[in-house]
Design a protein around this ligand. Structure first.
Ligand SMILES: Nc1nc2c(ncn2[C@@H]2O[C@H](COP(=O)(O)OP(=O)(O)OP(=O)(O)O)[C@@H](O)[C@H]2O)c(=O)[nH]1
Length: 318
């Protein structure tokens, strides 16, 4: 069974109910739920108490599933997000499914599938749908919060962290390094002669080249490394638990992978074919007493040395 849940404050005439049940429960339906079923008003209130104040989509879905599972309403749950976030699969797969597409005031919130060994009865579905109304309201707030957080901390062009998040992360990683006495390295990277690239491919083409370079950084580094666009054609990579030698290996890997990007990936035409972006990299590792500024400054000085050496170079020891 599948249903689109238009939890709208206004009637939503576009919403399509894919099964034959005509009306979704509204606020008043809470009071109307049969007394014989224990998922009534008290349980709905309990769910609300659990969900309110939670700003994370994953946690909301887990809390919702736990509520369903405690009441015997579901053995398993799948949540398909509207963003490119991975699906969430909780509990166990079972034969009987109830699918819901969640919308709130025309905002798509994802799809929820509940599954169970036994068939769902009418009262149980009513209660699930009432609960999905509460979940939808909390999901909307969480998704909006997440979007806002991304806008504040992400670089819009490349999807990497922006300068604000760089400063927050360096502080965090510096205190971890001091506490655990673990190594930490930082790379400052600048694209060589990017002005010439812009002149050759145009500003939009240049934007695409910057995005491609950022994707090469992503695939050349570890999942635990933290990538940022410092500004313009400058990038910063923070490498937790990595010493100077490890960071130099990563820098070489980045340059090797950049040399291998295809014309297609760079979206080059016949006139600009063969254009190979390269980078200069300055690397600094943590020294006791380092602050955010001193670490950045040391990496930046080394970047300038790499540039002075003729570009397309890695400097880690000036
Ligand atoms: N397409 C595009 N270009 C940008 C962006 N931000 C900065 N730029 C350009 O990047 C270029 C950076 O040039 P410069 O800092 O002078 O240095 P360069 O040409 O890379 O040369 P070197 O760094 O000395 O090797 C400038 O032409 C900027 O206009 C952006 O978001 N998109």
């Amino acid at each position: 069974m599948e249903k689109v849940i238009p939890f709208s404050s206004k009637p939503n005439t576009d919403a399509v109910a894919a099964n034959t049940r005509a009306h979704l429960p509204t606020g008043q339906a809470l009071a109307d739920l049969p007394n014989s079923w224990n998922g009534g008003a008290e349980q709905q209130l309990l769910l609300m108490q659990r969900l309110i104040g939670c700003n994370e989509v994953e946690s909301l879905i887990s809390l919702f599933f736990r509520w369903c599972s405690d009441l015997g309403l579901a053995d398993g749950l799948t949540y398909e997000a509207i963003t490119d976030a991975a699906d969430l699969n909780l509990g166990n797969r079972r034969h009987h499914n109830a699918n819901y597409t969640l919308n709130l005031d025309q905002m798509a919130l994802g799809r929820v599938t509940l599954c169970r060994r036994e068939r769902f009865n009418e009262n149980e579905l009513l209660s699930v749908e009432q609960a999905l109304g509460t979940l939808s309201r909390c999901l909307r707030t969480a998704i909006e919060f997440q979007t806002l957080q991304e806008m504040v901390t992400q670089d819009a062009l490349t999807g990497l962290g922006n300068r604000l998040s760089l400063h927050q992360w360096i502080e965090r990683e510096l205190s971890r390094t001091r506490r655990h006495n673990s190594p930490l390295a930082l790379m400052m990277i600048d694209v060589d002669h990017f002005k010439k690239i812009n002149d050759a491919v145009g500003h939009i083409g240049g934007d695409h080249v910057l995005k491609t370079i950022a994707s090469v950084f992503k695939r050349s580094t570890r999942g635990s490394d933290l990538l940022f666009r410092f500004g313009g054609d400058e990038f910063t990579i923070l490498l937790p638990h990595t010493d100077l030698q490890g960071a130099c290996d990563a820098a070489r890997q980045i340059r090797n992978n950049l040399a291998r990007i295809s014309d297609d990936e760079l979206a080059l035409d016949t006139a600009t074919k063969g254009l190979r972006p390269d980078v200069s990299i300055g690397i600094a590792d943590y020294r006791p007493g380092d602050t955010q500024d001193s670490l950045l400054q040391r990496a930046d000085t080394r970047l300038y040395h790499a540039k002075a050496q003729g570009r397309g170079a890695v400097c880690s020891n000036v």
